[in-house]
Design a protein around this ligand. Structure first.
Ligand SMILES: [Ca+2]
Ligand SMILES: [Ca+2]
Length: 183
């Protein structure tokens, strides 16, 4: 390449808008190993959620965890639904649903309002509700070893109007991704 051509090429690269590079970098970055989503105290919520913490499994064979915090202790009738997107297509693949002091069920899922097969007995996902904390444990190696996951969380009280439900991050939306297993 002759010198004046080289100078022209360098000038062309320099002229590319900075924004192009800025937007390209985050798209390639790996999801974080944890994510905290804070949610307002909602006076209208029957069973309020104020924080959701997602954490990758610390190693292969361990569980990823979703910790849901409430401003009061869980009571009979309090219900939690958590949907997981495991393949990154922004549609749920797994739904766990349960009530305080009762049992929970897990279902394959294609949409927030569409449960498929009951997969509770596989033990891939478990829900516990105690004190001011609900906790969901997901075994990545039991659900096809996804690279990352995101969740939608809904809290409600049995028999209460849908308007009193609380959603994180917001109604019928999934959070951003978190790595499934720390690597
Ligand atoms: Ca809330
Ligand atoms: Ca999906």
């Amino acid at each position: 390449m002759r010198p004046h051509r080289l100078i022209a090429a360098v000038a062309l690269v320099a002229a590319v808008p900075t924004a192009l590079w800025v937007t390209a970098v985050p798209a390639q970055a790996a999801p974080p190993i944890s994510r905290t989503v804070t949610d307002p105290v909602d006076a209208t919520a029957a069973f309020d959620v104020t924080e959701v913490v997602m954490r990758a499994a610390p190693a292969a064979g361990r569980s990823a965890v979703v910790v849901v915090r409430h401003p009061r202790a869980v009571a009979p009738g309090d219900t939690l639904d958590v949907w997981f997107d495991l393949d990154g297509d922004r549609a749920p693949d797994l739904h766990v649903s349960g009530s305080a002091f009762s049992e929970y069920r897990a279902f394959e899922s294609d949409a927030l309002d569409d449960d498929g097969r009951d997969v509770t007995s596989r033990g891939c996902v478990r829900l516990s509700m105690q004190g001011r904390t609900s906790r969901v444990r997901l075994a990545p190696d039991c659900v096809g070893d996804p690279r990352s996951f995101s969740v939608a969380v809904r809290s409600s009280v049995e028999g209460a109007e849908p308007e009193t439900d609380d959603w994180v991050p917001r109604p019928e939306r999934l959070t951003r991704k978190v790595l499934a297993v720390v690597v």
